[in-house]
Unconditional design. Structure first.
Length: 201
């Protein structure tokens, strides 16, 4: 577990799990100790320990691909509610509630805003931590381009539209924390949108 970001009122913890090195993030309110876990990807024993240590109350899924949901049954069995978008819900073995676009999830005194970004999957969702530069993008946006759209349900035109209209409207210093690999910023990635369109991936 790595304490990735620590600032006034919040912390972002990260751990890398599973065969394809998934990033799992915990967003924690330091005022109340409450947290949410983003993507119950794999290695459920490690994730359950994180949940206990960091005060996780709920699990939010960025999308329904297999590598992001392997620990879902175990975290539900341990009593944690799992939420996913309606469009991706059928990809999960089980879940508790549905995420809707442009809604607010309260985490202690923090507010996570949902941003529907279809393209990688029909129900891909990003989460912006209001009042901070933190954006959790799942597999929608990475350093160097959009997530893979060659899988069933993927749509390159849709993911480009999602990134352009929903993410690239954010400030250049917005930190992009993706579902795999290193982080980046909106300012670094935005100038390359047309290059991605021209190359087609």
């Amino acid at each position: 577990m790595t304490l990735l970001i620590s600032d006034t009122g919040y912390e972002i913890h990260a751990v890398v799990v599973g065969p394809v090195d998934n990033n799992v993030f915990v967003v924690r309110c330091t005022a109340t100790g409450e947290s949410v876990l983003i993507d119950a990807a794999n290695e459920h024993e490690r994730l359950l320990e994180l949940c206990r240590i960091l005060g996780v109350r709920r699990v939010l899924e960025t999308h329904g691909h297999w590598d992001h949901i392997q620990a879902v049954p175990a975290v539900r069995d341990a009593g944690y509610e799992v939420a996913v978008t309606g469009a991706d819900a059928a990809m999960l073995p089980s879940y508790d509630s549905l995420l809707e676009d442009d809604s607010v999830i309260e985490v202690g005194r923090l507010r996570l805003r949902t941003i529907a970004t279809p393209g990688h999957t029909p129900g891909s969702m990003c989460f912006a931590l209001e009042g901070t530069p933190v954006l959790l993008t799942g597999d929608t946006l990475f350093p160097g381009g959009p997530g893979n759209t060659s899988f069933e349900g993927g749509d390159f035109t849709a993911i480009i539209d999602s990134i352009d209209r929903r993410l690239f409207t954010m400030t250049p210093d917005t930190l992009v924390l993706p579902g795999h690999g290193d982080w980046t910023t909106i300012g670094v990635e935005r100038p390359h949108l047309e290059e991605w369109v021209e190359r087609g991936w």
